[in-house]
Design a protein around this ligand. Structure first.
Ligand SMILES: C[S@@+](CC[C@H](N)C(=O)[O-])C[C@H]1O[C@@H](n2cnc3c(N)ncnc32)[C@H](O)[C@@H]1O
Length: 271
């Protein structure tokens, strides 16, 4: 195993490729995988999908009157987002199979996706040997209005377990998770999830769990996991986003409030 990019008592972050790192993690060693991989989605044509991530995911934010507006700020892109459909299914099945091995029996698996990749993602989850249990809807509240079409304001979370569900919690969560994405002035990742939507997913797992995110981005899963008292293992391939992640994790570990990372404490040291 390569030296972690960042490590403290409750969090470990690897600046590395996900599959290579997953292959080195011990069998049955984590309680939950909660992750938001590149969707390899976007547009109706093959050429749309192959656009760089920073062009595809411009996002939309909200005016004070509730209407949507295109953001003006830009973020670093990331790679791994241009697989064709068959490639995405095979690749997803491979990394999910590693997650199934690493999960403890009965552990939780939750993966984000969009409407285009939902069928492929549920196929991959099942091909990996996980038990597909539900699809939750993440209602972002905002989304680009398109004349004559359904507004694009939801994404999905495919929820599964590694075999029989070992420790159901005493919670009865809604299938619709309503959380607005961080506004462009607060966001530090191109496709950053709100901490709240991850916190909702974490209600499904036992206290003191080990939570793994192989596509950590800016470590939103890690922030939510640490804030809920869990431990976190993250993997992020981009050095830029690994640095952003490390700063956010350090901020929470030091007992400070995470603000999406934009206002993370400057610790004046490399990660
Ligand atoms: C959709 S983003 C995750 C965003 C994250 N949920 C957040 O809130 O910040 C996916 C991330 O996976 C990373 N990534 C893409 N391919 C990867 C790979 N093969 N191994 C590790 N990380 C990868 C990208 O650099 C990107 O930051």
């Amino acid at each position: 195993m390569t030296t972690p990019y960042y490590e403290d008592e409750r969090a470990t972050l690897h600046n590395a490729e996900a599959l290579a790192t997953l292959r080195e993690l011990p069998t049955a060693s984590v309680d939950a995988v909660i992750t938001d991989p590149p969707y390899s989605s976007g547009g109706a044509m093959r050429g749309d999908r192959q656009q760089p991530a920073e062009k595809k995911y411009r996002g939309w934010s909200q005016n004070s009157d509730g209407s949507s507006k295109a953001p003006t700020s830009t973020y670093a892109g990331f790679t791994g987002d241009t697989r064709d459909q068959r490639g995405y299914l095979v690749w997803s099945s491979i990394w999910m199979t590693e997650c199934q091995r690493i999960l403890k029996p009965g552990g939780t698996f939750a993966v984000f996706t969009d409407w285009r990749q939902l069928p492929t993602t549920t196929d991959a989850v099942q091909a990996a040997g996980l038990v597909w249990r539900a699809v939750a809807v993440w209602d972002k509240g905002i989304g680009r209005p398109v004349k004559g079409r359904f507004r694009n304001h939801v994404e999905y979370v495919v929820w599964a377990t590694n075999g029989p569900h070992s420790s159901p919690q005493d919670v009865y969560p809604s299938t619709v998770l309503r959380h607005t994405p961080p506004t462009s002035s607060r966001r530090v990742h191109l496709t950053e999830k709100p901490v709240g939507v991850i916190s909702d997913l974490l209600t499904l797992i036992p206290a003191g769990s080990v939570v793994l995110d192989p596509f950590a981005g800016s470590a939103t899963t890690g922030v939510a996991a640490l804030e809920a008292g869990h431990r976190f293992i993250g993997v992020e391939m981009s050095e830029h986003y690994a640095e952003v992640s490390a700063n956010r994790l350090r901020t929470v570990t030091q007992g400070c409030r995470d603000d999406g990372g934009q206002d993370a404490i400057d610790f004046g040291e490399s990660a």
